[in-house]
Design a protein around this ligand. Structure first.
Ligand code: ATP
Ligand code: MG
Length: 323
């Protein structure tokens, strides 16, 4: 089944998912918000609205790029795993129904909301208490005892390529000068720095291992939604059991790229306080995330000058080599 298709949506909601009550009819199906990987629709009925999220064996926005088909099973497994944890569950959409064969997940609609990618152009778009909430969410998530979770290997392999490999290829599949004139020149020394690349390779191999901590796996501003009643966390298709430092490192990297002052970044670290945190590994993961966002394919709407990017890239390098 492919969305959006009126009759199929009705069939799934009514017959397979049993989500339509007597007298309930579908009024509209529309794109729920910005996203690349999956089909994400908001279905509005005369009684309520729900979100339908479906993965295909390719990237929805770029159908020529293959992508792991079973990623929505992972997203569902994540929500099932945290279901008994009141605070975590209250910050994520509840899963309403799931069809494995068509990788279709019905989720609670969190309502009108926007993600936090606006912080790259205005760091004031995130408050101190929101930073604290994000760190608390990660701390609680990482404190869960999770005995088994899907390995999510195909998504990890995909992410590994985009984080640890592609940005450092000597001939990258992106013309950085079309992102910002002069950016490629800044990236060049990093692409030919074999000491740095070797260190990144070691961190990348560590990312591929299976750990004991359940991670969100893509904890960046596009996965944080701001609604009238607070912050919600969505899009858990990259979840896996790994290093807690990965999620936290990604959070810190994005706060830094948004130009958020160091004191506030420390607020996240103070909130997430555990002796189990390996600070050098945290700096490693954060450093790699900064470099891959500056020089890789998955670009962000950053508002940084070339000089600022150069400075940030060098800071990231020291986070990797002198952690
Ligand atoms: N449960 C929800 N309630 C309200 N809006 C939602 C919900 N889930 C998703 N959305 C909206 O749809 C957008 C896309 O969702 P999501 O990020 O899960 O899709 P995706 O295809 O995995 O995106 P990406 O390609 O960025 O990974 C979100 O940014 C948000 O605006
Ligand atoms: Mg996604």
């Amino acid at each position: 089944m492919e969305l959006p298709l009126g009759e199929d949506v009705i069939h799934f909601l009514a017959d397979k998912f049993n989500l339509l009550s007597p007298g309930e009819t579908i009024l509209k199906a529309e794109k729920a918000g910005e996203g690349n990987m999956n089909v994400v629709l908001r279905i509005t009925t005369n009684f309520r609205s729900v979100i339908l999220k479906q993965s295909r064996p390719f990237v929805h926005k770029y159908p020529q790029i293959p992508a792991p088909f079973e990623r929505i099973s992972v997203e569902k497994a994540f929500y099932d795993t945290i279901a008994g944890q009141t605070r975590l569950a209250s910050m994520t959409p509840s899963p309403l129904a799931f069809d494995e064969e068509s990788q279709l997940l019905a989720l609670e609609d969190l309502g009108a909301s926007s993600d936090f990618t606006a912080i790259y152009s205005d760091s004031a778009k995130i408050t101190d208490s929101e930073i604290v909430r994000l760190a608390e969410f990660l701390f609680e998530l990482h404190s869960l005892q999770v005995d088994s979770f899907p390995s999510n290997t195909p998504m990890k392999v995909l992410n590994h390529a985009h984080i640890f490999s592609i940005p450092f290829l000597e001939t990258p599949p992106i013309n950085l000068n079309s992102v910002q004139p002069g950016l490629e020149e800044i990236a060049q020394p990093f692409r030919y720095d074999n000491v740095l690349k070797k260190a990144i390779g070691v961190i990348g191999n560590r990312y591929l291992l299976t750990g004991k901590t359940l991670l969100h796996g893509d904890f960046y501003p596009g996965s944080w939604l701001k609604s009238a009643d607070g912050i919600y966390i969505i899009d858990t298709e990259f979840a896996f059991l790994g290093d807690r430092e990965f999620d936290l490192g990604v959070l810190i990297a994005h706060l830094a790229m948004a130009g958020i002052e160091e004191g506030k970044i420390h607020l996240a670290l103070e909130t997430y306080e555990t002796t189990e945190l390996i600070l050098s590994l945290l700096r490693n993961y954060a450093g790699v995330e900064i470099l891959r966002r500056l020089f890789g394919v998955a670009q962000l709407p950053l508002m940084l000058t070339l000089e600022e990017k150069f400075k940030l890239a060098n800071l990231a390098k020291t986070m990797i080599l002198d952690a």
